[in-house]
Design a binder for this molecule. Structure first.
Ligand code: ACM
Length: 553
């Protein structure tokens, strides 16, 4: 494995110069079938210059992830100085979503955009308990000259609809300073709902520690692409990152360093609750992982009694794997596991608790099976559903357990079969093939950050596979979804996270959300290219992959 390398973080381009928006007044709204040309008289209010043609609004389907259906029709909608954001229900969550949208739109449009109650005009957020077609996360967006209305059965659907609406405005809507309009949305209807219920991203906060602010920044980016799970890899050989009251040295000692010898860190319980709360407000569930029984050097270094020989090893700041193991025969090991899982479950409103189980190369096979079976029972006892890396299928997965598959094209047939066979006994799958979904793999030989043990992972390779067909022999319907892990051996800050995640993360998000019928590299790369100016407006210095036709900034 490569050693840690730091990298100068590229500076984010400054926002475009601040200009006072001139009022855009529509003078003609030609009804062209589907293709919507909007002509504005920008500057007419100021009495200056002739009418100029503004660019047509983005076609309704040109968002990432691709929606189920986008039907253009009718004339566009435009935000003006008088626009209101209307919450068409008593729901506090709907109100919060409206406030979040206003928080995006106000700085760039310069308009007041008050959030108010019912009415027939403006941007309308409507919860309809009978809208069964939307399901738990879907929505319908209707746009016409009088209003844009997002309707959903659940608040999560409203939230996802708002993310679509953001992408339908010009990219500069994401800037924090006042920009020039017009702020138009094409006329028509978007109907949308996810393909998979589990659409995740993992952040390794162990190899390098990331602050609460850095995690929140990533959460905002995941939410934009409709992901709904944030898996936090909270412990590994190089650092223990969550306070556990009954074993305090795990964090205060085991969290003291990181790869390369930096200061490390850990989340207090208050920090962690804040991450969970913030994620929930963006409709992401946090899936905490304590990696067991291997990847445990930080714990073994913190408590000598967890070691079979009773001797604590030193803290570790390298990047090797597979050298550490909890002591499976010792009773104290299960006191430790019970305490940690109990405290973590109490911090976790979500369904899942991840117990790792990968690369336990220093644990004898029989010990591994015995240990993972006991650990699963502990998770069940505290009311959570087990997720483990797919090696867990070599033990005895309890009913409803989720195996996270991280194999790749070189993974042996026996190992793949073991995972596929487990699905016949009820194990569910989250797919994170390392040579497709691992965001820390280098894009190509020139990529400065990241690793390459699973090969180079280009943007196309990351996107161009079908989760439903990926694992031969897996029971149809066993795939819960996809997840894009980001391991942090070489990554130390948000700029470095973003160089690796963007632009591959939106591709994994699309695999999780969009119907298989929309899957097409040529269409996708054009939609992705159009995201470039949006990512820049958000301050994300993404990798300009040469295979993507990036839109001009
Ligand atoms: C893993 O990459 N060891 C899950």
């Amino acid at each position: 494995m490569r050693l840690h390398r730091t990298r100068q973080s590229s500076s984010v381009p400054p926002p475009r110069s601040v200009r006072t928006p001139r009022r855009a007044r529509r003078i003609t709204l030609p009804r062209l079938l589907g293709s919507l040309l909007l002509v504005t008289a920008a500057g007419a209010a100021a009495g200056s210059g002739p009418a100029a043609a503004a660019p047509a609004p983005r076609p309704l389907g040109q968002v990432v992830p691709a929606p189920v259906e986008a039907k253009p029709g009718g004339s566009p909608y435009a935000i003006t100085a008088g626009t209101r954001i209307r919450v068409e229900s008593e729901s506090r969550e709907a109100r919060r979503i409206a406030d979040q949208l206003a928080g995006v739109l106000r700085p760039s449009t310069g308009y007041a955009l008050p959030v108010t109650g019912r009415g027939s005009d403006g941007i309308r957020l409507r919860l309809d308990p009978h809208d069964d077609a939307s399901g738990a996360e879907g929505y319908t967006l209707r746009s016409n000259p009088g209003s844009v209305t997002i309707t959903a059965r659940e608040p999560a659907g409203l939230f996802h609809g708002v993310q679509t609406l953001r992408q339908l405005f010009p990219a500069r809507v994401e800037r924090n300073s006042r920009q020039e309009g017009p702020w138009t949305v094409a006329g028509g209807t978007v109907r949308d709902a996810p393909r998979y219920a589990y659409r995740g991203a993992m952040l390794d906060v162990s190899r390098h520690f990331f602050s609460v602010a850095e995690v929140k920044r990533y959460i905002d980016q995941l939410a934009l692409y409709k992901l709904n799970k944030l898996h936090l890899h909270l412990s590994d050989d190089q650092g223990w990152r969550i306070a556990i009251d009954s074993w305090p040295r795990l964090a205060t000692y085991g969290g003291r360093t990181e790869v390369g010898g930096g200061p490390g860190g850990y989340y207090t319980k208050a920090d962690y609750r804040e991450i969970v709360r913030y994620a929930a407000s963006r409709y992401l569930e946090v899936v905490p992982e304590i990696d067991l029984p291997g990847h445990t050097n930080a714990a073994l270094a913190s408590y000598a009694e967890l070691n079979c020989d009773g001797v604590a090893p030193p803290l570790y700041t390298g990047t090797n794997v597979g050298f550490s193991s909890l002591c499976v025969p010792k009773a104290v090991t299960y006191d430790f596991v019970d305490d940690v899982i109990r405290e973590l479950a109490a911090l976790t409103p979500g369904t899942y608790l991840h117990i790792g189980g990968d690369e336990a190369h220093s644990t004898a096979h029989d010990d591994y099976v015995a240990f993972m079976n006991k650990a699963q029972a502990v998770v069940g006892r505290y009311g959570k559903t087990v997720i483990g890396w797919h090696q867990l299928t070599g033990a005895t997965p309890v009913g409803g357990t989720v195996a996270q598959y991280w194999g790749y094209d070189r993974t042996g047939a026996d190992e793949r079969k073991q995972v596929a066979d487990a699905t016949a006994r009820g194990t569910k799958l989250v797919l994170s093939p390392a040579d497709r979904g691992y965001l820390d793999m280098k894009y190509d030989k020139d990529t400065e950050l990241g690793l390459s043990w699973a090969g180079y992972v280009s943007v196309r390779r990351s996107y161009d596979w079908d989760p439903a067909a990926y694992l031969d022999g897996a029971r149809p319907g066993s795939v819960l979804g996809v997840e894009a892990p980001l391991w942090s051996e070489t990554l130390t800050n948000s700029a470095e996270i973003e160089q690796m995640a963007f632009p591959r993360l939106p591709g994994i998000a699309e695999l999780g959300w969009s119907p298989a019928s929309t899957h097409d590299w040529d269409a996708y790369k054009a939609r992705l290219g159009a995201q470039g100016p949006r990512l820049s407006a958000l301050g994300i210095d993404y990798y300009r992959a040469p295979e993507v036709p990036w839109a001009a900034e």
